[in-house]
Design a protein around this ligand. Structure first.
Ligand code: SAH
Ligand code: SF4
Length: 379
């Protein structure tokens, strides 16, 4: 069985020429897949019936992510989905919207690249559930297509993708890069590379490899600490990847791709949020040209708490004063457990307020849009 969403446009060309078909068949199918969202091979009405039957007989399918649960934040701007893959594995995908003054909202999809994660970051719900399996490229693409269908029903579209859901994208390198190529190819999903950001815990060899792929995607490295001892405590698998080596890798990525790297820093009360730590961080990052994104931690089962707002602002102020470009991440959907891995954990514990829970409807294809109580259209 091959999910047809797995194929790069060049592979689609090869498939149809191999079947003795004209090349435009590949374009017909690509257009249908990425603009019309067919649910089965039989729905590809652009193709003659015998060809559809031939594809089905050859084991091609259109796989899909089945929506199990959907929660929407009170302001309607964050939607979190629990999706079931064909083998029953559950993963999370989040849609975050930011109203624009004119036109459509900015609509960012946060995709998962693994079910669970082996990295074990102590404050992360996904890290605490352990590693289940890598997602395949088509399963990453399916998450985006699921949200794209949902948005299309409202006359909106996906404007950005961040690889910041469950799992470590660079520990699933091949499938992550394949999905990037599909999502950015103008003959496939066609999103601009600059509208995509990969977030990594910091696997240095993979960062260097990514820099050589000829992709213009943004990179965020989850640093969380200015020194190795503290980082090792928060990211137990950090092992050989020292803070200094990560900063050097970020500089190389910038040099090779022209894209400035962002360092993500989950601020945890009493762990890595002191003014001294901020000064140490500023010193480490001096001259790196990197941006720091401070993320007040979303409390999870680990018992870690976010610092008081004043302390967060103090940390930011110190970095800015020391000349480090820095922002505090706008909090999105914390009441619906929008931090990575939290919904799936909640699904087990069932502690999401029922008021936030929508009935589970057989959502596939365009039908789901009708049931979506999304944000009101921006003026
Ligand atoms: N594995 C990758 C990408 C997925 S995690 C990585 O670690 O970068 C995406 C981001 O969410 C990371 O910066 C991670 O540190 C952060 N994160 C995880 N759990 C969090 C929590 N409970 N609160 C705030 N940020 C969290
Ligand atoms: Fe994995 Fe990222 Fe969570 Fe760490 S923060 S456990 S690397 S998903």
């Amino acid at each position: 069985m091959t999910d047809i969403y797995r194929l790069l446009p060049s592979e689609m060309d090869a498939l149809f020429t191999g079947l003795g078909q004209p090349r435009y068949r590949a374009d017909q199918v690509l257009r249908a897949l990425y603009r019309e969202s067919p649910e089965t091979i039989a729905d590809l009405k652009q193709l003659p019936a015998p060809l559809r039957e031939q594809l089905t007989a050859a084991g091609f399918t259109i796989g899909a992510a089945t929506e199990v649960r959907r929660v929407v934040s009170v302001d309607g701007l964050t939607t979190k989905l629990l999706l079931r893959m064909a083998d029953g594995v559950l993963i999370e995908t989040v849609l975050m919207q930011y109203p624009e003054r004119a036109g459509h909202p900015r609509s960012t999809v946060c995709v998962s690249t693994q079910a669970g994660c082996a990295m074990g970051c102590v404050f992360c719900a996904t890290g605490q559930m352990g590693f289940e399996r890598n997602l395949r490229a088509e399963e990453i693409v399916a998450q985006v297509m699921h949200i794209a269908r949902l948005l299309r029903g409202r006359g909106e579209h996906v404007t950005n993708i961040v690889f910041m859901g469950m799992g470590e994208p660079l520990a699933n390198y091949g499938e992550t890069v394949r999905s990037l190529r599909i999502l950015t190819d103008p003959r496939a999903f066609g999103l601009g590379q600059r509208h995509i950001t990969i977030s990594t815990v910091g696997i240095i060899s993979a960062i260097d490899r990514l820099a050589e792929e000829g992709l213009q995607v943004g990179l965020a490295i989850s640093l969380h600490a200015p020194d190795d001892e503290l980082r090792q405590r928060l990211v137990p698998t950090a092992g050989p990847h020292s803070v200094g080596d990560l900063i050097s890798a970020a500089k190389r990525y910038f040099k090779q791709t022209g894209r400035r790297v962002t360092f993500e820093y989950a601020l945890i009360s009493g762990e890595n949020d002191s003014p001294e730590t901020a000064r140490e961080l500023a010193l480490r990052l001096e001259g790196s040209g990197c941006h720091v994104n401070l993320i007040p931690v979303n409390p999870t089962a680990g018992g870690y708490q976010r610092p008081l707002r004043t302390r967060v602002l103090e940390f930011e102020r110190i970095l800015l004063e020391e000349g480090i470009n820095c922002t505090v991440r706008v909090e999105k959907g914390s009441e619906i457990s929008a931090a990575c891995g939290q919904l799936r954990t909640d699904e087990k514990n069932r502690d999401v307020p029922e008021a936030m829970t929508l009935p589970v409807v057989p959502v596939r294809g365009r039908r789901q849009a009708a049931s979506f109580p999304g944000p009101s259209q921006p003026q």
